[in-house]
Design a binder for this molecule. Structure first.
Ligand code: BJW
Ligand code: ZN
Length: 258
C-alpha cells in the first residue's frame, strides 16, 4: 500500500533524485555485496579484491575477478526497476540519477547523465599513470570466478590497467560527488533504492536530502520501518515497487506509449 501523501509528494515534486545501490540490479541477476547467502562479500574477501593494496599484491587475481563480474553484467538485462526509473524522469522538471553501481544497466534502460559515484566496470585506467585506457575491453571469456587474468598494459607507459571502480580507501570522483551532493541538497524528493547505506561518503546522499527538507523514500525488501517525518519505506523488491509507484502516481504502466 503506497501512502497517498507520498503519491502527492511525487506528483508535485519539481526536483527528483533517485539514488541506487546494488539491490536495483539484483533482479537482473547481478549479485549484491552484503545480502546474506547471495552477497559477493559472503564468498569473497573485500580486502583481497577491492583495495589498491590487493591489486598491488595480486593484480591477476583482482583483474580476473572484475572480468568475471564484467561478463555477468554483459549477460544481464535491465529489469523493470531500471525501466521505471528511466520513465520517472519524464514526469518531473528536473531529474538526477545517482548510482553506486559499476554496471551500465541504468544507461541500457534509457537513463542518461547517470552520476556514477563508484566508477564503472567498462572504463579501466592505468594503475601507474592513471590515464584512461582508450582501447575497448574485449568480451571476456566464459565467466569463472577465481580465474586469474593478467591485466592488459597501458599503451602510454606500459603499466598495468586496473578496473575503473572506486576501491575502499580511495576518493570518489570529485565532480560526481559534488554533483550528487548538490542534487541531494536541492531536491524535493529522493528515492533511495536497493542500498544498505553503509558505505561512505555515498551513504550521506539520502541523509543530506532529508536534512535539506526533502521527502525521502526507501525501497528495499529489508528496509527498516519508517523512522522520521518526511520519510517513507516501500518494503519489497525494486522491480515490483518502482513500477507500482509509477503506475499509482502517474497512471502509467511500464511500456505504455503516448
Ligand atoms: C534489494 C533487492 C531488490 C536486495 N530490490 N533492494 C571505517 C574503517 C575503514 C574505512 C571506513 C570506515 N568508515 C568509513 C570508511 C570509508 C569506507 C567505508 O565507507 N567503509 C564502510 C564499509 C565501513 N569508504 C571508502 O573507503 C570510500 N572512500 C573514502 O571514504 O575515501 C576517503 C578516504 C581516503 C583515504 C583513506 C580513507 C578514506 C570508498 C568506498 C568505495 C566502495 N566501493 C565498493 C566497491 C566498488 C567496486 C566494485 O563494485 O567492486 O562499492 S564497496 C560496495 O559497497 C560497492 C557498492 O557501491 C557499495 C555500496 O553497496 P550497496 O550498493 O549498498 O550494496 P549492498 O549489498 O550493501 O546492499 C544491497 C541492498 O539491496 C540491501 O539493503 C538489500 O536488502 C537490497 N536488495 N535485493 C531492492 N530486489
Ligand atoms: Zn600508464
Amino acid at each position: 500500500m503506497i501512502p497517498s501523501s507520498l503519491l502527492t509528494a511525487l506528483r508535485s515534486a519539481r526536483r527528483l533524485v533517485v539514488f541506487t545501490g546494488a539491490g536495483v540490479s539484483a533482479e537482473s541477476g547481478i549479485p549484491t555485496f552484503r545480502d546474506a547467502l547471495t552477497g559477493l562479500w559472503q564468498r569473497f574477501d573485500p580486502a583481497a579484491l577491492a583495495t589498491p593494496e590487493a591489486f598491488r599484491r595480486d593484480p591477476a587475481l583482482v583483474w580476473g575477478w572484475y572480468e568475471w563480474r564484467r561478463m555477468k553484467v554483459l549477460q544481464a538485462q535491465p529489469n523493470p526497476a531500471h525501466h521505471a526509473i528511466a520513465e520517472l524522469a519524464r514526469h518531473v522538471a528536473e531529474f538526477t540519477l545517482i548510482t553506486q553501481n559499476v554496471d551500465d544497466l541504468h544507461e541500457r534502460a534509457g537513463s542518461d547523465a547517470v552520476i556514477h559515484l563508484h566508477g564503472s566496470l567498462q572504463q579501466p585506467r592505468c594503475f601507474a599513470c592513471a590515464r584512461s585506457s582508450t582501447t575497448p575491453l574485449a568480451v571476456p571469456n566464459e565467466p569463472e570466478d577465481g580465474r586469474r587474468v593478467e591485466p592488459p598494459r597501458c599503451t602510454h607507459c606500459g603499466g598495468r590497467l586496473r578496473p575503473g571502480v572506486v576501491w575502499f580507501g580511495e576518493s570518489l570522483p570529485a565532480t560526481a560527488l559534488n554533483a550528487a551532493f548538490d542534487a541531494a541538497r536541492q531536491c524535493d524528493l529522493l528515492i533511495s533504492v536497493g542500498t544498505s547505506g553503509v558505505v561512505y561518503p555515498a551513504a550521506e546522499v539520502p541523509h543530506l536530502a532529508w536534512t535539506s527538507g526533502a521527502v525521502v523514500v526507501h525501497i528495499n525488501p529489508q528496509a527498516a520501518a519508517r523512522q522520521a517525518e518526511r520519510e517513507f519505506v516501500l518494503r519489497g523488491p525494486a522491480g515490483e515497487e518502482l513500477p507500482e509507484l509509477l503506475r499509482q502516481a502517474f497512471g502509467r504502466a511500464l511500456g505504455a506509449r503516448g
